[in-house]
Design a protein around this ligand. Structure first.
Ligand code: SAM
Length: 232
């Protein structure tokens, strides 16, 4: 399957295994991950955020319940919300979730904004777990015809060491633990030299930590869509 599907499948497998109830997808773009996650009804609150209001407005209606949702209402509640906002800014409505995903987003931010992103996500939103994916620049020589970055809007593409050093700094500063993995394997025997095409960090807040420490109530996002799914 194409790489974006593998990244989304990684999140879905995590959801199946860990059963988060409240999930946020940051930089949700075309909402394609949200459209899949809404079928996982252990999730009760699903939130998408993107800075691009046109993208949200074009795609949000695809998140509405379909006829089977009305014919066979679930026992579980599901509320879906879409916000326009920037991951460099705080919003109190997004605090204390179980899972925050950031799939191929940070490489679109300037280094100063990556710092703000870290403070907003790990320092303010303080979710129980965070999945961050970003290109692994060491894999680029295996991509045919590529010169420079994979996308013209990328502000950087990190090596495994660069991603690791950012992630470990985040852990130290905000009290998380991280495991590194990825999707898109290098050919047989070359995995060690090139790594995964997309590198992924799975961050967790250690058990027993205050899930939602006191913080200032800031509201900077705009709610564009909100839907309560039918339930019994
Ligand atoms: N996560 C999606 C996926 O996996 O297909 C889309 C990834 S797309 C490469 C990056 C997305 O991040 C775009 O939809 C863009 O509008 C959004 N984005 C860029 N900067 C942002 C910011 N500061 N705050 C929120 N979203 C942002």
């Amino acid at each position: 399957p194409p790489l974006y599907r593998q990244r989304h499948q990684f999140v879905i497998d995590f959801v199946k295994k860990n059963k988060p109830r409240k999930v946020i997808d940051l930089g949700c773009g075309e909402c394609s991950l949200m459209k899949k996650l809404r079928f996982h009804r252990e999730i009760q609150h699903l939130v998408g955020v993107d800075i691009d209001v046109h993208k949200i407005k074009k795609n949000m209606h695809d998140l509405a319940p379909i006829s089977t949702d009305y014919l066979h209402p679930s026992l579980d509640q599901l509320r879906v919300e879409m916000y326009q906002g920037s991951v460099t800014q705080r919003d109190a409505r997004l605090r204390g979730f179980d899972l925050v995903t950031s799939i191929e987003l940070i490489e679109h931010l300037t280094p100063a904004d990556v710092e703000r992103f870290s403070a907003v996500v790990f320092g303010y939103m303080t979710p129980a777990s965070v999945i961050v994916s970003t290109p692994n620049s060491e894999y680029n020589p295996l991509l045919p015809g590529l010169s420079g970055f994979r996308h013209c809007d990328h502000k950087f593409e990190w090596s495994r060491a660069e991603f690791r050093s950012w992630a470990l700094k985040v852990c130290l500063e905000y009290g998380y633990e991280v495991e590194f993995t990825g999707v898109g394997r290098a050919p047989e025997g070359q995995q060690d030299s090139f790594g995964f095409c997309s590198q992924i960090g799975v961050f967790r807040r250690p058990e027993g930590r205050d899930r939602c420490p006191r913080a200032e109530e800031v509201f900077s996002y705009t709610l564009l869509y909100c839907m309560n799914y039918p339930s019994l």
